[in-house]
Design a protein. Structure first.
Length: 337
């Protein structure tokens, strides 16, 4: 098992994997070899650093990517992914960068040819939110709208990516067509589960719609928003004014599902809270384990909304790893439908 990326998410994913009986050992690689060595040492028995390069995947059953794919300093990463897919391996990627998700989804034909599983966007959002959408849609005759919102960041790489995303075009799905909107527009007050509560959220360059539209055939609208302050929105086109924290504080996700059920219009609201790096690490690790057990759909590149056949079972196992899911109970959700 190879974990590429020794940041906040990769470290926690590696720890989750090492605590599972299906995984005997984990090789940790990073563009900074010293960091991989430090993380492997901290993880203890079963973990070892790996310099990367040729032979990085020799003997590995799966590749977990917890780092951006196409930054200037990691140009070898896409070829590593293609090598894994050609070998029929499981590839799990936590990146929520729009370009990374598009690149990985483009490997669908190669995955079908080799029987590989490419799990795209296996983090808090997308990732957990895709499973929440499937779970929230239980009992619906038809899902018409999906609205995703996220608050909080994991490690520094995640914080920098969210900063960039606020300055990028948003990608929404509306009535069978892709709609591009200005990042930082469309302010909406979103109520997350406590203690995060109400946050102003804005459109941003997020990949959620790319993964949810194929998972819900016939859906009419899919949107995604990111919690931010006015200062975040205004400074998004600029470099970050101060270094991000080593790890973000408590974050949350919220998914609203609207559609038809029993002849009427219904809405379901589900969400979760937690430290984003911890939640993302648990989701990514569980994605790897489900693939190794043969409980994910194979031969495709897709998000968890497509690959997980039993969302309730996935969420139940995730709760054993400390991730608690909540559903909204009350009249306002139905009134908004």
């Amino acid at each position: 098992m190879v974990v590429w990326g020794a940041g906040a998410v990769g470290t926690r994913a590696a720890r989750q994997l090492l605590s599972s009986p299906e995984v005997a050992d984990v090789l940790v690689a990073d563009r900074h070899p010293r960091r991989a060595e430090d993380v492997a040492r901290a993880l203890g028995s079963g973990a070892a650093p790996h310099p990367g390069g040729q032979g990085a995947l020799d003997g590995a059953a799966a590749l977990l990517l917890a780092a951006p794919l196409n930054g200037p300093k990691v140009r070898n990463r896409p070829s590593l992914v293609e090598q894994a897919v050609r070998a029929g391996m499981t590839v799990v990627c936590t990146s929520d960068r729009l370009a990374d998700v598009e690149l990985l989804l483009g490997l669908g034909s190669a995955a079908r040819a080799s029987g590989a599983t490419v799990l795209v966007g296996a983090g808090m959002a997308p990732g957990l939110t895709d499973v929440l959408a499937r779970w929230g849609a239980r009992g619906f005759d038809a899902v018409e709208e999906l609205h995703v919102a996220k608050s909080g960041t994991g490690g520094p790489a995640c914080a920098r990516q969210h900063h960039r995303a606020l300055g990028e075009e948003a990608l929404d799905w509306r009535d069978g067509n892709w709609a591009r909107r200005a990042g930082g527009s469309g302010r909406e007050l979103v109520w997350f589960p406590g203690p995060v509560a109400g946050q102003d959220c804005y459109r941003a360059g997020l990949p959620d719609a790319l993964l949810l539209v194929p998972a819900f055939p016939g859906v009419r609208r899919v949107t995604a928003r990111l919690a931010a302050t006015r200062r975040d929105r205004l400074t998004a086109p600029l470099p970050m004014l101060r270094p991000p924290h080593p790890e973000g504080e408590v974050g949350a996700v919220r998914v609203e599902v609207r559609g038809r059920a029993e002849g009427g219009r219904e809405a379901s609201v589900v969400g979760a809270t937690g430290a984003p790096a911890v939640v993302a690490g648990a989701v990514a690790a569980l994605g790897v384990l489900w693939s190794l057990r043969g409980t994910l759909r194979t031969g495709r590149a897709a998000g968890l909304g497509e690959l997980v056949e039993d969302p309730a079972a996935f969420l139940a196992e995730l709760s054993q790893r400390g991730v608690t899911v909540e559903s909204f109970e009350g009249g306002s959700a139905r009134a908004r439908a």
